[in-house]
Design a binder for this molecule. Structure first.
Ligand code: ADP
Ligand code: MG
Length: 239
């Protein structure tokens, strides 16, 4: 059974049709990239999955269960936002443990143990006492990722997790994040406008174009057999 399913999702903001009939199915432990240009509906898609936005039509299922109006904090997912969204007044440790303690109800000691484990994996254990402003962008993003993975939720949602990083850190974190998600066996939806990120990180890629998914396939499928000119243009090989 798929971990996440989207069936016929439509969402408009006034006259803007952000999502125009999206179907997508993500298997257990799969890393799916959603690749498309700015304004194509990627963030809206993630927000609908997370329950931060309500679809006008269609349904979202987690492990077969329709989510209906289930609020975000009751959904089995964790989201990493484009611009980290760490709590500025809290240390890195508190940023990771807050959701574990007050969301999942873990005792302080257990929450901190789990936070330290994830911080070790992300190589940020030496930063746990720092506040976000005392860290670089790359360090903040590692903490945000540790926070999402520490929840051990059914699915990790990443909204342009590498944007805003300098080129070198970008290419290092691209591989690290993919490896870490794989090592954790995490099911992930990773939204990006960067075809190299999608090609390097994802098991399958869904190419989104004006709120519709043009094609879903492995990076090789899309590269070798693009279904539309749009996909060909985005992936960079002629149809
Ligand atoms: P992407 O993440 O691919 O850049 P978005 O999902 O953010 O795209 O946006 C898709 C479209 O929906 C855009 O035209 C955007 O302007 C519009 N949109 C997104 N969120 C809102 C909102 N809260 N209010 C009005 N329009 C929105
Ligand atoms: Mg976006």
């Amino acid at each position: 059974m798929p971990v996440v399913e989207l069936n016929g999702i439509r969402k408009s903001f006034g006259a803007v049709r952000a999502l125009d009939g999206v179907d997508l199915s993500i298997g257990d432990g799969e890393h799916v990239g959603v690749l498309g240009p700015s304004g194509s509906g990627k963030s809206t898609l993630l927000r609908v999955v997370a329950g931060l936005e309500t679809a006008d039509e269609g349904d979202v299922r987690f492990a077969g269960e329709p989510q209906g109006d289930t609020p975000a904090h009751h959904r089995d997912c964790a989201i990493v936002f484009q611009h980290f969204a760490l709590y500025p007044h809290m240390t890195a440790l508190a940023n990771i443990t807050t959701g574990l303690r007050y969301g999942l109800g873990l005792p302080k000691r257990a929450a901190e143990a789990r936070a330290r484990d994830l911080a070790t994996v992300m190589q940020v254990e030496h930063l746990l006492d720092r506040k976000p402003r005392q860290m670089s962008g790359g360090q903040r993003q590692r903490i945000a990722l540790a926070r999402a993975l520490a929840r051990q939720s059914g699915v990790v949602l990443l909204d342009e997790p590498l944007s805003g990083l300098d080129a070198q850190l970008h290419s290092v974190l691209r591989l690290e994040i993919a490896a870490m998600l794989r090592a954790a066996g995490a099911t992930a939806i990773n939204v990006t406008h960067d075809q190299l990120d999608a090609m390097a990180m994802a098991d399958r890629i869904a190419v989104i174009n004006q709120g519709r998914i043009d094609q879903v396939g492995t990076p090789d499928d899309l590269y070798d057999r693009p279904a539309t000119l749009f996909v060909a243009g985005f992936i960079g090989s002629p149809p």
